[in-house]
Design a protein around this ligand. Structure first.
Ligand SMILES: Cc1cc2nc3c(=O)[nH]c(=O)nc-3n(C[C@H](O)[C@H](O)[C@H](O)COP(=O)(O)OP(=O)(O)OC[C@H]3O[C@@H](n4cnc5c(N)ncnc54)[C@H](O)[C@@H]3O)c2cc1C
Length: 285
């Protein structure tokens, strides 16, 4: 019943089940109500008869998304089915408290038959050549689980011996603001690989269904989010994305120099580079 590391990627499944009927209209209505003399009913009528075309709605939303006015994003929701994730993942997932509702497969009401519980094994364990040992242990745990159940121990107590590797399933509803926040944190390379995988799959599902919004689901350093890294300098240096993202300390240093008038002026050689002196052949166009 286990999932070997080799097919582990296939074991995690994330599907968008449903979402707000028309997310762009919901967002437009929410923002426009704040900034218009019109009533929301009048705005809705104009959207309905296309006096406000989709493109105008889209452009308006793009401008609002550049601001910190985030509460309208809470009015758009997404429903996901998520399966084959480990209990190690689920402990982290349910730490998100705001704008998200979870239902998770129960280990109280679900008794694993014949002691066969589903599990997954990380690639790192397989690479270390240790997956057989791990599976062997899980086999023994399953046998003892079965023994306990047969001895009358309820599933809610027999589960005490199950590992973090045991897989579980979710049905969740999350609003767009909360999903952006989850992706800020969990698409960051500092997050655990399994959570990164799930967040990336949620992102892909949203991008398929609502392409106008999917792209906004980025790690917090993404160009549509803060654009910089706020983790430690050591983590930033170790991150492959760090090469294309400034660290916040660098931004503050730059700001400080600018404020004090100490910004390095352009030098002669910089002007040589700009004017292409010594490189007449390069560039062009
Ligand atoms: C890389 C990484 C490592 C982590 N390591 C650990 C760890 O070692 N140990 C551990 O216990 N956890 C750890 N966590 C989990 C982390 O502490 C948070 O519990 C988790 O990320 C949920 O984040 P959140 O509170 O921002 O999100 P949410 O709960 O979804 O909150 C959303 C927003 O609302 C705000 N908010 C929510 N509730 C309140 C409130 N009551 N008062 C004020 N503001 C509120 C939050 O600050 C946040 O801005 C880790 C998370 C990450 C990403």
């Amino acid at each position: 019943m286990g999932t070997l590391a080799g097919d582990f990627a296939m074991a995690i499944q994330v599907n968008l089940l449903s979402h707000s009927e028309d997310p762009m209209r919901s967002l437009y209505m929410a923002y426009r109500t704040c900034y218009s003399q019109l009533t929301p009913q009048q705005v809705a009528a104009r959207v309905e008869d296309e006096r406000i075309p989709r493109e105008k709605m889209h452009n308006f939303i793009v401008e609002r998304l550049k601001t910190g006015h985030a509460s309208p994003l809470e009015q758009v929701w997404f429903e996901f089915a998520i399966s084959g994730v480990s209990r190690a993942f689920s402990h982290q997932f349910v730490r998100h408290r705001v704008g998200i509702s979870f239902e998770q497969q129960s280990q109280r009401y679900v008794t694993y038959k014949k002691g066969e519980f589903p599990y997954s094994i990380p690639k790192s364990v397989e690479k270390a050549g240790m997956s057989e040992k791990m599976e062997d242990l899980f086999g023994k745990a399953g046998a003892l689980y079965e023994e306990l159940v047969e001895a009358g121990v309820p599933a809610e107590d027999a589960r005490f011996l199950l590992p973090n590797a045991t897989t579980t399933n979710f049905k969740i509803t999350v609003n767009f603001q909360s999903l952006l926040h989850i992706c800020d944190l969990r698409l960051c390379t500092r997050a655990q690989w399994e959570f990164r995988r799930v967040a990336a799959l949620m992102r892909a599902e949203v991008a398929k269904a609502v392409p106008e919004l999917g792209g906004y689901l980025q790690p917090k350093c993404g160009e549509l989010r803060t654009g910089y890294c706020d983790e430690s300098v050591e983590d930033w240096e170790a991150c492959p994305i760090g090469r294309v993202r400034p660290h916040k300390d660098a931004l503050f240093r730059l700001y400080d120099q600018y404020r004090k008038g100490e910004l390095q002026p352009l030098r002669e050689e910089d002007w040589d580079a700009i004017e292409g002196i010594g490189a007449e052949v390069a560039g062009g166009g």
